[in-house]
Design a protein. Structure first.
Length: 201
């Protein structure tokens, strides 16, 4: 049985989960760009970070039009929150799935030990046994960020416990709305399904 969640975070392309090969802090395992922000995958936590895209767009044009423009005189509003997986497996195994042909290179600063090349990107990331007999799969579909809790035999969906830290949650039409001040993130109502004889039901 699978429990399916959908975030209304449109993107022009599939989400590309970048593996942390040492280019970031150790607690970050994967990162993906989402519309006007980023999502960071950690061992037992997801972190969402957003910025005001309209404000950034305005500043970009202002920089082009004003030769005296000073970025230090301006700021862009941001918002971040965590989704903690409470009581999750501390020894969870997290790995990328469906590796992409492209890769990233990180040559920042003058210390070569911090340089990382050919960093792989994946279409999916799977948290294996995030809860007993339950996996978490992160992916995207039709320009939406999605995640499934895959409940295996003897798994108990009641063990899934999500804590939204730093976010004001509003329940509207059975969907979660998270106002950011400059935008609103919507998490669609979850539903359960399973495959029977190869068909999704």
């Amino acid at each position: 049985m699978l429990f399916y969640y959908s975030w209304y975070l449109s993107s022009k392309d599939i989400l590309k989960y970048i593996k942390n090969s040492g280019q970031w802090n150790n607690h970050i395992l994967y990162k993906a760009a989402i519309q006007s922000g980023e999502i960071y995958l950690e061992k037992n936590r997801l972190t969402y970070s957003f910025y005001d895209a309209a404000q950034l767009h305005t500043l970009h044009h202002l920089k082009l039009e004003d030769e005296n423009f000073d970025a230090n005189d301006h700021s862009v509003e941001t918002y971040a929150f965590h989704v903690n997986l409470l009581d999750a497996n501390e020894n969870v195994f997290i790995n990328g799935k469906d590796i992409l042909s492209e890769y990233h290179n990180y040559f920042i600063g003058d210390k070569k030990e911090h340089w990382k090349g050919h960093v792989p990107l994946f279409e999916q990331v799977r948290f294996e046994s995030i809860y007993e007999n339950i996996d978490l799969l992160m992916y995207s579909e039709n320009e939406y960020l999605k995640y499934d809790f895959i409940v295996k035999p003897n798994g108990n969906a009641n063990n899934i416990n999500l804590d939204y830290q730093g976010a004001e949650i509003k329940l509207i039409n059975e969907s979660l709305h998270i106002p950011l001040g400059f935008n609103t993130v919507i998490e669609q109502k979850p539903y359960a399904y399973q495959y029977i004889d190869g068909e999704k039901r």
